[in-house]
Design a protein around this ligand. Sequence first.
Ligand code: NAD
Length: 286
Amino acid sequence: MHGPPASGPSSGLGLSSIGMAHLRFSGRIALVTGGASGIGRATALLLATEGAAVAVVDRDEAGALATREAIEAAGGRAAQFLCDVADSDEVEAAVTAAEKALGPIDVLANVAGTGDSATLADIESLEDERWNRVLAVNLSGPFFMCRAVLPGMASRGRGAIVNVSSLAGRSKSAGGGPAYTSSKAGLLGLTRHLAFDYGPRGIRVNAICPGGVDTPMIRAGAANLATSPDESEMFMRRVAAYEFFMPIKRLSSPEEQAAAIAFLASDEASYINGVSLDINGGLFMA
Ligand SMILES: NC(=O)c1ccc[n+]([C@@H]2O[C@H](COP(=O)([O-])OP(=O)(O)OC[C@H]3O[C@@H](n4cnc5c(N)ncnc54)[C@H](O)[C@@H]3O)[C@@H](O)[C@H]2O)c1
């Protein structure tokens, strides 16, 4: 048996290190889409707490401003940008404005997404508009964002991107329809492809795959998206069944997902590239 290498991370730490704050994102600039709510808001707050200046990007202007204010109230640095990630011009403008306001982006977290509670609708009744909207937000949005930030990251030889896919992308959606499942599976493909292309240029691209997370998307949001009371009721029954079958018998908090995003975005994950990290309490294991 060999012990830990003498040159491991714990060697050489003097007593003076104990109690010193460990800020993984000191001096870094992060852009978080979907930063107005749920997982995105939790991610923006966590990255800021750990030293990042954060660009909070969302189509919900008031929510993004509230996140910015929460960061500033805690002594952090942030700015908010109104942007529909499904619109490539708006994405380009938001990235340009964020870099002008805060500096070159080191970390991109693509969290913004839309649900699609088409639980009663099979593919024969899935309209073009609904399919296109879900794909535009959940897959084209991260593509536009990656395309906007990657040239700068590549020129500086460093960067980390974390895409928020879903258990739906690894298996199938429990509460959503085929458009949601397809968008999240596509995002994992984009993640792997970019990880391969940009790894040589010092950039890591990874994804997390949350199971059920207690956010507006899975609660009120899903009910609002349903096209009928029956569809809404069916969705909430599926959420209850979801919780029943989880080995960890509760939904995740947004903070538990944010913790994984921050880890993958940090230097602690310096050799992790192209992974799809399941964070689902063991609901889907593979
Ligand atoms: N909640 C869950 O159970 C769950 C499970 C798996 C994956 N996810 C994924 O996690 C991500 C975050 O979801 P959440 O649960 O925090 O939901 P949420 O509804 O709390 O937050 C989503 C945020 O994205 C923003 N947004 C939506 N469409 C946008 C657009 N076109 N442009 C800009 N911003 C937009 C919303 O305004 C909102 O602030 C999504 O990608 C979602 O698919 C959620």
